[in-house]
Design a protein around this ligand. Structure first.
Ligand code: ATP
Length: 455
């Protein structure tokens, strides 16, 4: 089968209700997207899988959900005010603007002109007014990454949980970047979500942990359905590292538009905790909370062996939710030619990511006994905790199967005349991938589905 094209995905996402352009009826807000009825389910499932793997399945990670509005000092000391920039260049002929590092052969990507302005640095952070009076110091930033609050809340989390290195703090949340050229659907947008872990380790062990996290994260993406041939770890050259990074792997995925970054796994050294500590020291904070004077001023940990305080190094796996959604959609999108010669579109999503787990289809919409049985089955299945189960009574059975193949529903359960006429009652269960159908007793359905989804 040919590789999935971006057009196929954009069309499916709009048609079936995964993703819409924001403010569509007003012509759209560039670089901003809304997730529709199925998109919100897929996105939530991806985030839940990440949280499960990064927090629940480990014994060394705590969670956090910090505010989006960020104190300017945080982003001053993190280096973002000074260095979170992209090089911006203008085409003198067609007046379009571009990221200078995305320009090939010195030519404008729109009109081909070589008359481009010298690149100048453009800060990507969104600034907003806090309170009713504009100007002066009454401003905050919309965070450009979720990471900073993890660093600024480091002391509070350690005090509340008594964690020792190595341990991590995980967070999923919105980030905002005023990208010069948002593009490639939801790949590069101005408002997006990040799934970030800051993993604090003893200095000297950081490079080993970098390797461990790179492997762990690659394996997690495979478990979300990404194929080994399409995901590569690219060790970044020193010259191309972000301002905070000592060493970084970009996990790059073969998106429909090319091989690009899906997740970064960075060794941020003690850059961030060190810088925020510097600010604390400048304030000359007094040790009124902690017995040890040093610990009040420092975002540090106490080493039980050396009996000394140290600023831990940080390994950061940072993944974009939108890029994750795009990757799993493009991997799952399949067009199959059936023996009949017809083509069926099927979204072969991993079961745990599928927006709808089971569609219950009453074969006759106006036959009250069939409809009632379908609703009873749906309500019972909901209690199993497998996720969204929905009634599908929008049309004929062929259309229902086609729709659910296209949105990736792993199983359809059909209630027909035989279901209400015979005892024990049975229903047809149809498998999305094999299209095989089997007759299952209603009383066995719950355990059948639990087995299918939860094992
Ligand atoms: P790029 O080089 O593509 O601009 P980056 O290196 O600036 O990305 P990071 O700062 O490492 O990205 O952010 C971590 C993750 O956040 C990225 O791997 C990506 O998945 C996601 N991300 C960053 N910027 C965007 C964006 N504008 N739109 C969607 N996701 C983004």
């Amino acid at each position: 089968m040919a590789a999935t094209s971006m057009d196929q995905l954009v069309s499916l996402c709009k048609r079936r209700g995964f993703i819409f352009q924001s403010a569509d009826i007003y012509g759209g807000l560039q670089g901003v997207y809304d997730f529709g009825p199925l998109g919100v389910e897929l996105k939530n499932n991806l985030k839940a899988a990440w949280w499960r793997a990064m927090v629940y399945e480990r014994d060394d990670v705590e969670g956090l959900d910090a505010a989006v509005l960020t104190h300017p000092k945080v982003l001053q000391y993190s280096g973002h005010e000074a260095t979170f920039t992209d090089p911006l260049t203008d085409c003198k002929k067609c007046k379009n603007r571009f990221r200078a590092d995305h320009i090939k052969d010195g030519k404008c990507p729109v009109c081909g002109s070589t008359e481009l302005t010298e690149p100048r640095q453009f800060n990507l952070m969104f600034k907003t007014t806090v309170g009713p009076i504009e100007g002066g110091d009454n401003y905050a930033y919309l965070r450009p990454e979720t990471a900073q609050a993890i660093f600024t809340q480091f002391r509070n989390v350690v005090d509340a949980t008594a964690r020792k290195a190595p341990f991590g703090i995980a967070q999923i949340g919105k980030s905002f970047r005023n990208e010069i050229t948002p593009r490639n659907f939801i790949f590069r947008v101005r408002e997006f979500e990040q799934m970030e872990l800051e993993f604090f380790v003893k200095p000297g062990t950081d490079l080993d942990w970098l390797e461990t996290w790179k492997e762990t994260r690659m394996n997690w993406w495979y478990a979300q359905g990404l194929s080994k041939e399409k995901l590569v770890a690219h060790f970044i050259d020193k010259a191309d590292l972000a301002h905070y990074s000592k060493a970084t792997y970009d996990l790059e995925y073969q998106f429909p538009h090319g091989l690009e970054e899906l997740e970064g796994v960075a060794d941020r050294s003690d850059y961030d905790l060190g810088n925020h500590t510097r600010y604390q020291s400048e304030l000359n904070i007094q040790a009124h909370v902690h017995e040890n004077k040093e610990s009040a001023a420092k975002l540090a940990l106490f080493d039980d062996e050396t009996k000394k305080w140290f600023v831990p190094f940080v390994i950061e796996p940072s993944a974009g939710v939108e890029r994750g959604v795009l990757a799993v959609l493009s991997e799952a999108y399949t067009e199959e030619v059936l023996p009949s010669g017809d083509t069926r579109t099927v979204l072969k999503l991993k079961k745990h990511l599928a927006p709808v787990k089971v569609a219950v289809i009453p074969l006759k919409r106006n036959q009250s006994e069939i409809v009632k049985m379908a609703h009873d089955i749906k309500n019972n299945l909901l209690k199993t905790g497998i996720g969204r189960v929905m009634i599908e009574d929008s049309g004929n059975i062929g259309k229902a199967y086609r729709r659910h193949d296209e949105i990736g529903t792993p199983l359809c359960v059909t209630v027909d005349f035989e279901s209400i006429e015979k005892t024990p009652a049975t229903v047809t269960v149809r498998n999305r991938d094999t299209m095989a159908q089997e007759r299952i007793a209603v009383q066995d359905l719950e355990s059948y589905l639990k087995n299918f989804f939860l094992k």
